[in-house]
Design a binder for this molecule. Sequence first.
Ligand code: MG
Length: 395
Amino acid sequence: MRLLGVEVSRIDLALSAPVGTSAGTHKVRPVVVVRLDCDLGQGWGESGALAEGTVVDPPAAAVWSALVRAGARRLLAASSGLDGELPPAAEVAGLYGSTAVARAVAATVEMAVLDAELTAAGIGLGSRLGAGAVPVPAGGLVGIPEDRRVESLLDGVDAVAERGLRRVRLKIEPGWDAAPVAAVRRRHPDLPLQADANGAYRWPGTGAEAAGNLVALDDYGLVCIEQPLPPADLGAHAELADRLATPICLDESLTTPSRVVDAIRSGACEVACLKPSRLGGLLAARRAQEACRTAGVPAFVGGFFETGLGRSANASLAGLAGFTLPGDLTDPGGYLVENPWEYPPLHRGMVGPAGWPGVGGEVDTALLARRRGAVERFEAPTRGTHPTPPPETST
Ligand code: MG
């Protein structure tokens, strides 16, 4: 299949309601997407990058500029070296570097290449990943309410439970932890619950930030406490894991498949939240999942408020055997005001399988055009010319 051009665009979407976390409140959702134009069709890829970055995740603006500056041309240069053929998805990650931005770029481009390859071949992503086409359990997320009232939190959890979702992940932070979790547990004695701190506690720490306070959560039968401490310190997570009966889950700490292996070996990672866009793509996430499966560490696919495109990819990925816990796989229509890509229907908290070839389903091109904030287009060089690839460090 010949690669003819690459289009990078930013689609400016809005979240239906703000989502509060210890790291800030998400309100808008600019989505960086890549479209590959090939002689046999198109391929779409979506970046998981949010409007605001974190210590480990670059903001959407950084992914946009890396794609526009060099990322798109790097794929075209690789194609040129293959006499105009689209490089195989398995080789995409190797075109980019190992920084957080480079991994985010690689993940976006790899999804687009997979979509082009699979759509042309009439094959679904689940089959390509070795997951088959199976329904997978979806879990919901409830942020810290803007009014910080427990009643508002309970309303949010009730809504998730009524939809039949298979677990609820509560955002916590110092000062908003044991009391709200206790209230949710009283209201929903049997609902699988997780607490996600986004790295807001300190070990050993003092006052409300002291990670030792999290011992109080051991009374509520949580599936796990996610990312209690800042991402870099695996040793501190391992010490905290010894102290708590509730399993420690890592999310932001898990930046590459080899980092997942290190985290498991250190005793810091008793549950894993794996995000393809942070790990460098769906194929890297598959390797990370395999490391978890081999070590017997439960894992789930984490989300970044994707459109139906990125979330369909995650739902297909979640069919792999290592993903033993419900993923962040609710319908994007629940958190986006407008969702440009079709998403498989949910039934009693189970989603999929996607019934289409490629990664994503039907795309609403009119909606994309309406919400498109910026666009850059890169054409394949004329046959016979071989441009110098842009430097790897620039992505
Ligand atoms: Mg998390």
